[in-house]
Design a protein around this ligand. Sequence first.
Ligand code: NSS
Length: 429
Amino acid sequence: MQSIKQVLSGDSLDMPVRIRGWIYRTRSSGGIVFAVIRDSTGIVQTTVKKGTVSDGDFESASNAGIESAVEVQGTLAEDNRAPGGLEIRASGFKVVAFSEPFPITEYQSTELLLDQRHLWIRSREQTAVMRVKAAMLRGGREWFHENDYVEVTPPMITGVASEDSTQLFQIKYFDRIAFLSQSAQFYLESLIFSCERVWTLTPSFRAEKSRTPRHLAEYWHLEMEAAWVDNEGNMKVQEELVAAMLECAADECPAELQLLGRDPATLRKIAPPFDRMPYAEAMEYLQKNGFDALWGSDLGAVEERALTKDRETPLFIVNYPKELKPFYMKGNPDDPRTYKNSDLLAPEGYGEIIGGSERETDNALMIERLKDKGESLDNYQWYLDLRKYGSVPHSGFGLGLERMVTWVCKLEHIRDSIPFPRTVARVYP
Ligand code: NSS
């Protein structure tokens, strides 16, 4: 048995081949069935001619509709009418399982496709996205391994909000209340005292009420934390990691990227260093471009699009005003109104994919900021402990994997970067 990719890319011309997969589309004319078969690697046309296969096989081929599971053997031949210029002339066509009429046909509403998500993920676009995502993850994992980071396993059930306490999912935890994790950051910060450089990939949960093309209620979060690293060092890690992820996707998935409308060459061109722009400068740029961008206002999707739409490489926005960011960031001595932090914005208008910072090491400052936000210190006691026993300068960041996939795969909506999107409107299927 060969994969369709192997059949199409090897030197199988005029050779016997065997594949298995699902019927992607099919039609018959006269005594010939033209069935395009897909597997996880691609599609190929098969022609099944009456008299060339057994009568039983011909009848099966004639009756098998879209998504029937089949096994085909035959000879690979050139045919310029077939997609890709090659087809399999069948000598055998076995149906493993006939499909009932498939509920998804060519033009369907977004809602129907979301209701039928368990079936829609068979589409070629969805398959391509999943392969690209896997390649990006492999590139990232290898980069961390080569750079001496330890992969760690933080909890997903927590008692604290690391980001926005208004966006916590609350769960019943025996006879108490607990929360689903928004970020593994505080646990990673604890782990640097043993492993120094750590990273993890976990789901993060945000009870985002807003329906936007870039927010999920559950997303995959690639986070790292490292001792002895300042904010500039933190950005170096981000640009190297992002470049490694892009390179792996371009190397392993050129055909998938092309299917999605992404030229892999545009990803290969992206190499460190990425431009750095202070928040203050971003505001000036926005004002010049007709935005009402006052100091202290946040950068939303629209502002980030304006900043990145004409760029081909990612852009760091650095040193945000303190009022826009969480309490744990290190103050910026060069401009005390701001933190030593960065958001990494993807080019082509896509916007934020990473948030990171150097971490505050002064407990008195953090306590003051928590009190200002009206947070109870009790929940943060263990986190504050970390600054008491041999605290060191350290930094870290979180990369929203689906945000990055949305950019790399040129998707219009983040829900297509994950097989089963969780949004305010949907937990089915
Ligand atoms: O809130 S973040 O900006 N930062 C943190 O959670 C830090 N505690 C991470 C860290 O330093 N370890 O989220 C990080 C990234 C952000 O840049 C987005 O790319 C992504 O996580 N993100 C999301 N992706 C999809 N959906 C939602 N709702 C979402 N929220 C953040």
